[in-house]
Design a protein around this ligand. Structure first.
Ligand SMILES: Nc1nc2c(ncn2[C@@H]2O[C@H](COP(=O)(O)OP(=O)(O)OP(=O)(O)O)[C@@H](O)[C@H]2O)c(=O)[nH]1
Ligand SMILES: [Mg+2]
Length: 391
Protein backbone atom coordinates (compact mmCIF):
# COMPACT_ATOMS: atom_id res chain seq x y z
CA UNK A 1 0.00 0.00 0.00
CA UNK A 2 2.84 2.34 1.06
CA UNK A 3 4.85 1.37 -2.01
CA UNK A 4 1.87 2.21 -4.19
CA UNK A 5 1.16 5.54 -2.48
CA UNK A 6 4.63 7.03 -3.03
CA UNK A 7 4.70 6.44 -6.78
CA UNK A 8 1.04 7.63 -6.87
CA UNK A 9 1.95 11.06 -5.28
CA UNK A 10 5.24 11.38 -7.09
CA UNK A 11 3.61 11.48 -10.50
CA UNK A 12 1.41 14.59 -9.97
CA UNK A 13 4.32 16.33 -8.13
CA UNK A 14 6.69 15.62 -11.02
CA UNK A 15 4.10 16.85 -13.59
CA UNK A 16 3.45 20.05 -11.55
CA UNK A 17 7.22 20.72 -11.37
CA UNK A 18 7.55 20.21 -15.13
CA UNK A 19 4.64 22.65 -15.81
CA UNK A 20 6.18 25.29 -13.51
CA UNK A 21 9.63 24.94 -15.11
CA UNK A 22 8.09 25.13 -18.62
CA UNK A 23 6.12 28.27 -17.73
CA UNK A 24 9.19 29.95 -16.20
CA UNK A 25 11.35 29.24 -19.21
CA UNK A 26 8.62 30.42 -21.67
CA UNK A 27 8.33 33.82 -19.90
CA UNK A 28 12.11 34.28 -20.13
CA UNK A 29 11.89 33.59 -23.86
CA UNK A 30 9.18 36.32 -24.32
CA UNK A 31 11.23 38.99 -22.63
CA UNK A 32 9.68 39.44 -19.18
CA UNK A 33 11.86 37.96 -16.44
CA UNK A 34 11.04 36.19 -13.25
CA UNK A 35 9.39 39.38 -12.12
CA UNK A 36 6.56 38.80 -14.60
CA UNK A 37 6.31 35.33 -13.34
CA UNK A 38 5.83 36.71 -9.87
CA UNK A 39 3.20 39.05 -11.26
CA UNK A 40 1.50 36.23 -12.98
CA UNK A 41 1.40 34.21 -9.80
CA UNK A 42 0.35 37.20 -7.68
CA UNK A 43 -2.64 38.25 -9.82
CA UNK A 44 -3.64 40.96 -12.39
CA UNK A 45 -3.42 44.12 -10.21
CA UNK A 46 0.20 43.47 -9.22
CA UNK A 47 0.97 42.68 -12.90
CA UNK A 48 -0.31 46.07 -14.14
CA UNK A 49 1.58 47.91 -11.36
CA UNK A 50 4.78 46.10 -12.23
CA UNK A 51 4.30 46.86 -15.95
CA UNK A 52 4.05 50.52 -15.16
CA UNK A 53 7.32 50.36 -13.32
CA UNK A 54 9.38 48.58 -15.97
CA UNK A 55 7.93 45.65 -17.84
CA UNK A 56 5.95 47.60 -20.38
CA UNK A 57 7.87 49.16 -23.28
CA UNK A 58 5.25 51.81 -24.05
CA UNK A 59 5.09 53.06 -20.46
CA UNK A 60 8.85 53.52 -20.29
CA UNK A 61 8.83 55.53 -23.53
CA UNK A 62 6.22 57.92 -22.25
CA UNK A 63 8.25 58.96 -19.22
CA UNK A 64 10.20 62.22 -19.46
CA UNK A 65 13.60 61.89 -21.04
CA UNK A 66 15.98 62.83 -18.30
CA UNK A 67 19.50 61.56 -18.01
CA UNK A 68 19.98 59.22 -15.09
CA UNK A 69 16.27 59.08 -14.26
CA UNK A 70 15.72 55.57 -15.58
CA UNK A 71 15.62 52.63 -13.27
CA UNK A 72 17.92 49.68 -13.67
CA UNK A 73 15.04 47.93 -15.52
CA UNK A 74 15.05 50.26 -18.55
CA UNK A 75 18.70 49.62 -19.38
CA UNK A 76 18.10 49.02 -23.13
CA UNK A 77 16.46 52.53 -23.44
CA UNK A 78 18.88 54.47 -21.28
CA UNK A 79 21.42 55.12 -24.05
CA UNK A 80 18.65 56.15 -26.45
CA UNK A 81 17.13 58.50 -23.88
CA UNK A 82 20.46 60.09 -23.10
CA UNK A 83 21.10 60.62 -26.81
CA UNK A 84 17.69 62.25 -27.25
CA UNK A 85 18.29 64.44 -24.21
CA UNK A 86 21.62 65.60 -25.65
CA UNK A 87 19.92 66.53 -28.95
CA UNK A 88 17.23 68.38 -27.06
CA UNK A 89 19.83 70.37 -25.08
CA UNK A 90 21.70 71.16 -28.28
CA UNK A 91 18.51 72.43 -29.92
CA UNK A 92 17.64 74.61 -26.90
CA UNK A 93 21.14 76.15 -26.94
CA UNK A 94 20.83 76.85 -30.66
CA UNK A 95 17.44 78.54 -30.21
CA UNK A 96 18.76 80.69 -27.35
CA UNK A 97 21.73 81.75 -29.51
CA UNK A 98 19.46 82.66 -32.44
CA UNK A 99 17.19 84.66 -30.13
CA UNK A 100 20.18 86.57 -28.71
CA UNK A 101 21.39 87.34 -32.22
CA UNK A 102 17.92 88.55 -33.34
CA UNK A 103 17.65 90.87 -30.30
CA UNK A 104 21.15 92.24 -30.95
CA UNK A 105 20.32 92.89 -34.62
CA UNK A 106 17.06 94.66 -33.68
CA UNK A 107 18.86 96.89 -31.16
CA UNK A 108 21.49 97.79 -33.75
CA UNK A 109 18.84 98.70 -36.36
CA UNK A 110 16.97 100.86 -33.84
CA UNK A 111 20.17 102.66 -32.83
CA UNK A 112 21.02 103.29 -36.49
CA UNK A 113 17.54 104.72 -37.17
CA UNK A 114 17.84 106.96 -34.11
CA UNK A 115 21.26 108.24 -35.27
CA UNK A 116 19.91 108.94 -38.78
CA UNK A 117 16.89 110.78 -37.44
CA UNK A 118 19.10 112.88 -35.09
CA UNK A 119 21.33 113.77 -38.05
CA UNK A 120 18.29 114.85 -40.09
CA UNK A 121 17.02 117.04 -37.24
CA UNK A 122 20.46 118.70 -36.96
CA UNK A 123 20.54 119.26 -40.74
CA UNK A 124 17.08 120.84 -40.77
CA UNK A 125 17.97 123.08 -37.82
CA UNK A 126 21.20 124.15 -39.48
CA UNK A 127 19.35 124.96 -42.67
CA UNK A 128 16.71 126.99 -40.89
CA UNK A 129 19.27 128.89 -38.79
CA UNK A 130 21.44 129.67 -41.80
CA UNK A 131 18.45 130.96 -43.72
CA UNK A 132 17.48 133.22 -40.83
CA UNK A 133 21.06 134.54 -40.48
CA UNK A 134 21.99 134.89 -44.12
CA UNK A 135 20.21 135.68 -47.37
CA UNK A 136 16.96 133.91 -46.41
CA UNK A 137 13.88 136.09 -46.04
CA UNK A 138 11.91 135.70 -42.82
CA UNK A 139 8.49 137.00 -41.91
CA UNK A 140 8.67 139.83 -39.33
CA UNK A 141 6.73 137.83 -36.73
CA UNK A 142 9.37 135.10 -36.62
CA UNK A 143 11.47 137.05 -34.13
CA UNK A 144 9.04 136.98 -31.18
CA UNK A 145 9.53 135.63 -27.67
CA UNK A 146 12.73 134.36 -26.07
CA UNK A 147 15.62 133.82 -28.43
CA UNK A 148 16.69 130.18 -28.19
CA UNK A 149 18.32 129.96 -31.62
CA UNK A 150 21.05 127.35 -31.64
CA UNK A 151 24.55 128.18 -32.81
CA UNK A 152 25.42 126.56 -36.11
CA UNK A 153 28.86 125.48 -37.33
CA UNK A 154 29.76 127.63 -40.37
CA UNK A 155 31.07 124.90 -42.68
CA UNK A 156 27.83 122.89 -42.66
CA UNK A 157 25.60 125.91 -43.10
CA UNK A 158 27.52 127.05 -46.17
CA UNK A 159 26.51 123.90 -48.07
CA UNK A 160 22.86 124.64 -47.51
CA UNK A 161 23.23 128.19 -48.81
CA UNK A 162 24.75 126.90 -52.03
CA UNK A 163 21.77 124.73 -52.83
CA UNK A 164 18.98 127.22 -52.22
CA UNK A 165 16.97 128.74 -55.07
CA UNK A 166 14.49 131.55 -55.48
CA UNK A 167 10.75 130.99 -55.59
CA UNK A 168 8.92 133.21 -58.06
CA UNK A 169 6.69 136.05 -56.94
CA UNK A 170 2.93 135.58 -56.86
CA UNK A 171 0.04 137.83 -56.07
CA UNK A 172 -2.72 137.06 -53.58
CA UNK A 173 -5.28 138.38 -56.04
CA UNK A 174 -4.03 135.92 -58.66
CA UNK A 175 -4.52 132.76 -56.55
CA UNK A 176 -6.68 130.52 -58.68
CA UNK A 177 -6.98 127.19 -56.92
CA UNK A 178 -6.06 124.97 -53.95
CA UNK A 179 -5.91 121.29 -54.90
CA UNK A 180 -5.65 118.16 -52.73
CA UNK A 181 -2.41 116.27 -53.48
CA UNK A 182 -2.60 113.25 -51.15
CA UNK A 183 -2.56 111.93 -47.57
CA UNK A 184 0.53 110.41 -45.99
CA UNK A 185 1.28 108.69 -42.71
CA UNK A 186 5.05 108.93 -43.07
CA UNK A 187 7.56 109.68 -45.79
CA UNK A 188 5.70 112.81 -46.85
CA UNK A 189 6.91 113.55 -50.41
CA UNK A 190 8.59 116.81 -51.33
CA UNK A 191 6.64 118.52 -54.09
CA UNK A 192 9.52 120.83 -54.99
CA UNK A 193 7.77 123.92 -53.60
CA UNK A 194 8.00 125.96 -50.40
CA UNK A 195 5.65 124.64 -47.70
CA UNK A 196 3.37 126.20 -45.11
CA UNK A 197 2.15 123.78 -42.42
CA UNK A 198 -0.82 124.22 -40.11
CA UNK A 199 -0.34 123.05 -36.51
CA UNK A 200 -2.56 123.08 -33.44
CA UNK A 201 -4.54 121.05 -30.95
CA UNK A 202 -7.34 118.77 -32.16
CA UNK A 203 -10.57 120.48 -33.18
CA UNK A 204 -9.02 123.96 -33.18
CA UNK A 205 -10.00 124.52 -36.83
CA UNK A 206 -6.93 123.60 -38.95
CA UNK A 207 -8.84 121.83 -41.73
CA UNK A 208 -11.48 124.59 -41.64
CA UNK A 209 -8.73 127.18 -42.18
CA UNK A 210 -7.59 125.32 -45.31
CA UNK A 211 -11.13 125.18 -46.66
CA UNK A 212 -11.53 128.87 -45.93
CA UNK A 213 -8.28 129.66 -47.80
CA UNK A 214 -9.36 127.43 -50.70
CA UNK A 215 -12.44 129.58 -51.19
CA UNK A 216 -16.09 129.86 -50.42
CA UNK A 217 -17.93 126.52 -50.66
CA UNK A 218 -14.72 124.67 -51.61
CA UNK A 219 -14.17 121.76 -49.22
CA UNK A 220 -10.67 120.45 -49.84
CA UNK A 221 -10.00 119.25 -46.28
CA UNK A 222 -12.22 117.06 -44.10
CA UNK A 223 -13.73 119.01 -41.21
CA UNK A 224 -15.50 117.41 -38.27
CA UNK A 225 -16.96 118.15 -34.85
CA UNK A 226 -15.18 115.00 -33.63
CA UNK A 227 -11.70 115.86 -32.36
CA UNK A 228 -8.91 113.78 -33.88
CA UNK A 229 -10.57 113.67 -37.31
CA UNK A 230 -7.41 114.35 -39.31
CA UNK A 231 -5.04 111.46 -38.68
CA UNK A 232 -2.77 111.78 -41.71
CA UNK A 233 -0.60 114.49 -43.20
CA UNK A 234 -2.51 116.07 -46.09
CA UNK A 235 -0.85 118.08 -48.83
CA UNK A 236 -2.52 120.80 -50.94
CA UNK A 237 -1.03 122.76 -53.81
CA UNK A 238 -1.70 126.46 -54.28
CA UNK A 239 -1.87 127.58 -57.93
CA UNK A 240 -1.81 131.01 -59.48
CA UNK A 241 -2.50 131.69 -63.17
CA UNK A 242 1.06 130.51 -64.07
CA UNK A 243 1.03 127.22 -62.14
CA UNK A 244 1.74 125.92 -58.62
CA UNK A 245 3.41 128.30 -56.19
CA UNK A 246 3.41 126.62 -52.80
CA UNK A 247 2.20 123.70 -50.71
CA UNK A 248 -0.15 123.87 -47.71
CA UNK A 249 0.06 121.05 -45.17
CA UNK A 250 -2.82 120.00 -42.90
CA UNK A 251 -1.44 118.07 -39.92
CA UNK A 252 -3.21 115.89 -37.35
CA UNK A 253 -4.03 117.78 -34.16
CA UNK A 254 -2.25 117.04 -30.89
CA UNK A 255 -3.43 117.06 -27.30
CA UNK A 256 -6.81 115.34 -27.59
CA UNK A 257 -6.98 113.35 -24.35
CA UNK A 258 -9.84 111.07 -25.42
CA UNK A 259 -7.83 109.42 -28.19
CA UNK A 260 -6.18 106.12 -27.17
CA UNK A 261 -2.72 106.78 -25.67
CA UNK A 262 -0.98 104.73 -28.39
CA UNK A 263 -2.66 106.76 -31.15
CA UNK A 264 -1.81 110.05 -29.40
CA UNK A 265 1.86 109.18 -29.24
CA UNK A 266 1.72 107.94 -32.87
CA UNK A 267 0.36 111.33 -33.93
CA UNK A 268 3.03 113.12 -31.88
CA UNK A 269 5.77 111.00 -33.46
CA UNK A 270 4.28 111.58 -36.93
CA UNK A 271 4.36 115.38 -36.49
CA UNK A 272 7.92 115.23 -35.07
CA UNK A 273 9.10 113.10 -38.02
CA UNK A 274 7.55 115.56 -40.46
CA UNK A 275 9.29 118.48 -38.74
CA UNK A 276 12.64 116.72 -38.52
CA UNK A 277 12.90 116.31 -42.29
CA UNK A 278 11.41 119.48 -43.79
CA UNK A 279 13.97 121.93 -45.13
CA UNK A 280 11.23 123.22 -47.47
CA UNK A 281 9.04 124.36 -44.55
CA UNK A 282 8.89 128.16 -44.80
CA UNK A 283 6.16 128.99 -42.29
CA UNK A 284 4.40 127.29 -39.38
CA UNK A 285 0.84 128.50 -38.79
CA UNK A 286 -0.08 127.68 -35.19
CA UNK A 287 -3.79 127.78 -34.36
CA UNK A 288 -5.30 128.15 -30.90
CA UNK A 289 -8.93 128.46 -29.88
CA UNK A 290 -9.58 132.11 -28.90
CA UNK A 291 -12.05 130.95 -26.23
CA UNK A 292 -9.63 128.68 -24.37
CA UNK A 293 -6.92 129.30 -21.77
CA UNK A 294 -3.32 129.17 -23.07
CA UNK A 295 -2.16 125.58 -23.42
CA UNK A 296 1.19 124.07 -22.46
CA UNK A 297 1.25 121.87 -25.57
CA UNK A 298 1.09 125.01 -27.77
CA UNK A 299 3.93 126.54 -25.79
CA UNK A 300 6.04 123.43 -26.42
CA UNK A 301 5.34 123.63 -30.16
CA UNK A 302 6.31 127.29 -30.14
CA UNK A 303 9.58 126.54 -28.36
CA UNK A 304 10.39 123.99 -31.03
CA UNK A 305 9.72 126.44 -33.89
CA UNK A 306 11.84 129.11 -32.20
CA UNK A 307 14.72 126.73 -31.59
CA UNK A 308 14.59 125.52 -35.21
CA UNK A 309 14.18 129.10 -36.51
CA UNK A 310 10.97 128.29 -38.33
CA UNK A 311 8.96 131.48 -38.98
CA UNK A 312 5.71 131.39 -37.04
CA UNK A 313 2.24 132.86 -37.50
CA UNK A 314 -0.14 132.44 -34.55
CA UNK A 315 -3.90 132.57 -35.19
CA UNK A 316 -6.62 132.73 -32.53
CA UNK A 317 -9.51 130.88 -34.17
CA UNK A 318 -13.29 130.81 -33.77
CA UNK A 319 -13.48 134.50 -32.80
CA UNK A 320 -16.99 134.56 -34.31
CA UNK A 321 -18.06 132.71 -31.15
CA UNK A 322 -16.85 135.52 -28.86
CA UNK A 323 -18.41 138.88 -27.97
CA UNK A 324 -16.49 141.82 -29.39
CA UNK A 325 -15.19 142.98 -25.99
CA UNK A 326 -14.04 139.45 -25.06
CA UNK A 327 -11.93 139.07 -28.21
CA UNK A 328 -9.48 141.76 -27.11
CA UNK A 329 -9.22 140.39 -23.57
CA UNK A 330 -8.69 136.78 -24.65
CA UNK A 331 -6.16 137.63 -27.34
CA UNK A 332 -4.27 139.84 -24.88
CA UNK A 333 -4.01 136.89 -22.49
CA UNK A 334 -2.59 134.63 -25.23
CA UNK A 335 -0.19 137.40 -26.33
CA UNK A 336 1.21 137.74 -22.80
CA UNK A 337 1.43 134.07 -21.94
CA UNK A 338 3.28 133.12 -25.14
CA UNK A 339 5.37 136.34 -25.20
CA UNK A 340 4.32 137.01 -28.78
CA UNK A 341 5.39 139.97 -30.92
CA UNK A 342 3.06 142.95 -31.45
CA UNK A 343 -0.05 142.08 -33.45
CA UNK A 344 -0.09 138.43 -32.50
CA UNK A 345 -2.12 136.30 -32.24
CA UNK A 346 -4.11 137.33 -35.28
CA UNK A 347 -7.89 137.00 -34.76
CA UNK A 348 -9.33 134.52 -37.23
CA UNK A 349 -12.61 132.83 -38.09
CA UNK A 350 -13.15 130.36 -40.90
CA UNK A 351 -16.88 131.12 -40.62
CA UNK A 352 -16.67 134.88 -41.22
CA UNK A 353 -13.31 134.80 -43.04
CA UNK A 354 -11.97 137.65 -40.90
CA UNK A 355 -8.24 138.25 -41.60
CA UNK A 356 -8.18 135.67 -44.39
CA UNK A 357 -6.25 138.12 -46.58
CA UNK A 358 -3.69 138.69 -43.80
CA UNK A 359 -3.10 134.94 -43.63
CA UNK A 360 -2.59 134.76 -47.41
CA UNK A 361 -0.07 137.61 -47.37
CA UNK A 362 1.86 135.90 -44.56
CA UNK A 363 1.97 132.73 -46.66
CA UNK A 364 3.12 134.61 -49.74
CA UNK A 365 5.81 136.55 -47.83
CA UNK A 366 7.18 133.36 -46.33
CA UNK A 367 7.22 131.40 -49.59
CA UNK A 368 8.67 133.93 -51.99
CA UNK A 369 12.44 133.83 -51.66
CA UNK A 370 14.96 131.07 -51.28
CA UNK A 371 14.13 127.46 -50.84
CA UNK A 372 15.80 124.12 -51.24
CA UNK A 373 15.78 122.67 -54.73
CA UNK A 374 15.07 118.94 -54.44
CA UNK A 375 15.20 118.04 -58.14
CA UNK A 376 17.53 115.21 -59.19
CA UNK A 377 19.56 117.62 -61.30
CA UNK A 378 20.20 119.85 -58.30
CA UNK A 379 21.12 116.82 -56.19
CA UNK A 380 23.74 115.79 -58.79
CA UNK A 381 25.14 119.32 -58.84
CA UNK A 382 25.38 119.26 -55.06
CA UNK A 383 27.21 115.93 -55.13
CA UNK A 384 29.69 117.27 -57.74
CA UNK A 385 30.38 120.41 -55.70
CA UNK A 386 30.95 118.35 -52.57
CA UNK A 387 33.29 115.99 -54.41
CA UNK A 388 35.28 118.92 -55.78
CA UNK A 389 35.66 120.36 -52.28
CA UNK A 390 36.48 116.99 -50.77
CA UNK A 391 33.63 117.29 -48.29
N1 LIG B 1 -17.72 128.81 -35.24
C1 LIG B 1 -16.61 128.34 -35.75
N2 LIG B 1 -16.43 127.02 -35.84
C2 LIG B 1 -15.28 126.55 -36.36
C3 LIG B 1 -14.25 127.42 -36.82
N3 LIG B 1 -13.22 126.67 -37.26
C4 LIG B 1 -13.59 125.39 -37.10
N4 LIG B 1 -14.82 125.30 -36.56
C5 LIG B 1 -15.53 124.07 -36.20
O1 LIG B 1 -14.72 123.33 -35.30
C6 LIG B 1 -14.81 121.94 -35.56
C7 LIG B 1 -13.42 121.36 -35.82
O2 LIG B 1 -12.90 121.90 -37.01
P1 LIG B 1 -11.74 121.19 -37.85
O3 LIG B 1 -11.38 122.15 -38.92
O4 LIG B 1 -12.12 119.82 -38.24
O5 LIG B 1 -10.62 121.13 -36.74
P2 LIG B 1 -9.15 120.45 -36.85
O6 LIG B 1 -8.23 121.32 -36.11
O7 LIG B 1 -8.83 120.17 -38.27
O8 LIG B 1 -9.38 119.11 -36.03
P3 LIG B 1 -8.51 117.76 -36.09
O9 LIG B 1 -8.44 117.33 -37.52
O10 LIG B 1 -9.28 116.83 -35.23
O11 LIG B 1 -7.19 118.04 -35.50
C8 LIG B 1 -15.75 121.78 -36.74
O12 LIG B 1 -17.03 121.50 -36.25
C9 LIG B 1 -15.74 123.16 -37.40
O13 LIG B 1 -16.93 123.45 -38.07
C10 LIG B 1 -14.48 128.84 -36.72
O14 LIG B 1 -13.65 129.68 -37.08
N5 LIG B 1 -15.67 129.22 -36.17
MG1 LIG C 1 -8.38 118.42 -39.27
Amino acid sequence: MRGCLVPGLAMPFISFTIVVITLMSSTQVFGCGPKSMRCFLAGPSTLSRTRRRGCSTSASQLRPLRAGSGSSDDGPFKAKREKLQKEKDKLAALMAKQEREAVKKYMETQAKKERESQAKIRQAQEFMAQRAKGGGKDAPWSKGGDDSTQSIPKKKARNFQQISLTCRQFSIDDIQDVTFEGSHLDDVPFLGLPEVAVFGRSNVGKSSLLNCLAGINKKVAVVSKTPGRTQQINLFKVHDSNGPVSVLVDLPGYGYAKLPKALQSDIGAQVRRYLSDRPTLRLAVLLMDARREPQKSDLNMMKYFRAANIPLLVLATKVDKLKHEDIEENLGRLHQYFKLPVGMPVAFSSVTGVNKRAVWSAIRDACVGEYLDLSEEAANDRAKTEEGEGV
